[in-house]
Design a binder for this molecule. Structure first.
Ligand code: C5P
Length: 230
C-alpha cells in the first residue's frame, strides 16, 4: 500500500472555480476528490481535465440504489479511469457485490470503497432517521459488511479507526474525511480529527476540503500538512 495520501475535495459548482483550484495544486502532493456538487454541474469532462493534469481522481458519488443500477454506474465510473470510487454501505450486500461486479467488468481496476456513516452524522441525527442503536454498532457492522463483500476499503471518521482497524483486513484502505486543522471551523462536520491524529490512528488516505480550498494559497497549506505528517 502507498504511504498516506491526501485527496483534496473539490467542492465547487463551476468549471471555472474547479480549474482555478486545480491549477493552484500539484499532483506530487495530492489527488483530487470530485463529488456530487461538481460532477452534477460539469460532468465527466472535469475528470478528463484533472487526469490531463496528472492527478489521481477519487470520484465520490456515493452510489446507493438498486443493485443493477449501481453495477452499471460503477462500471461507467471505472471506465472514466478514476483511481477510486465509492458506494454507501447502507445499500446492503447485494448492492455492494453488484458494484464490485460493475468495476470488475471495466478495463480499469478502480479501487472500490464503502461509506459507513457520514462524518456529518452524530447520534442525534441518526436517531432522526430511525437508527436508535449506538453509532458504533452501525459503523462496525457496515464496515465488516464492506470487507465481506470484497470491497477494497471504507470511508469513516478517523475517530472510528480504533474500533475498525483491528477487525478489518490488513491491507484495507481506510479513508478519513472530516479532517480539520487545529482551530479550524467544523462547518457541517461532527466527528472531526486533525491530520496527525488521523495518521496515528491508521488512516491510509485523508480527504480534506475547505481547510485547503478556502485558503488563498492551498498548495502552501497542503505542503505544511505533508511536512507535519513526515
Ligand atoms: O470541507 P470538508 O473537509 O468538510 O470536506 C469533506 C469532503 O468529504 C466533502 O466533499 C464530503 O462530501 C466528503 N465526505 C464526508 N464524509 C463522508 C464521506 C465523504 O465529509 N463520510
Amino acid at each position: 500500500m502507498d504511504n498516506l495520501q491526501i485527496f483534496v475535495a473539490l467542492d465547487c459548482s463551476s468549471e471555472f472555480d474547479a480549474h482555478k483550484i486545480i491549477n493552484k495544486l500539484n499532483p506530487e502532493f495530492c489527488g483530487i476528490k470530485v463529488g456530487k456538487e461538481l460532477f452534477t454541474a460539469v460532468g465527466p469532462k472535469i475528470i478528463n481535465y484533472i487526469h490531463n493534469k496528472k492527478f489521481k481522481v477519487f470520484l465520490d458519488l456515493k452510489y446507493h440504489d438498486i443493485p443493477n443500477t449501481v453495477k452499471k454506474a460503477c462500471k461507467n465510473a471505472a471506465d472514466l479511469g478514476v483511481y477510486m470510487l465509492n458506494v454507501h454501505a447502507m445499500g446492503g450486500s447485494e448492492m455492494m457485490l453488484s458494484a464490485k461486479e460493475g468495476v470488475d467488468q471495466s478495463q480499469n481496476s478502480s479501487v472500490l470503497i464503502g461509506v459507513t456513516i457520514l462524518t456529518s452524522h452524530d447520534q442525534k441525527s441518526l436517531r432522526d432517521i430511525c437508527y436508535d442503536k449506538p453509532i458504533n454498532h452501525y459503523i462496525k457492522n457496515l464496515a465488516l459488511n464492506v470487507a465481506n463483500c470484497g470491497l477494497d476499503g471504507v470511508v469513516c471518521s478517523a475517530n472510528d479507526l480504533n474500533t475498525l482497524k483491528p477487525i478489518l483486513p490488513e491491507n484495507f484502505h481506510l479513508i478519513t474525511p472530516g479532517i480539520r486543522l487545529n482551530n479550524d471551523k467544523k462547518h457541517d462536520q461532527q466527528r472531526v480529527s486533525n491530520p496527525e491524529d488521523a495518521k496515528k490512528l491508521g488512516s491510509t488516505m485523508l480527504v480534506i476540503g475547505r481547510s485547503i480550498t478556502e485558503d488563498p494559497n492551498p498548495l502552501e497549506v497542503l505542503k505544511k500538512i505533508q511536512l507535519k505528517l513526515k
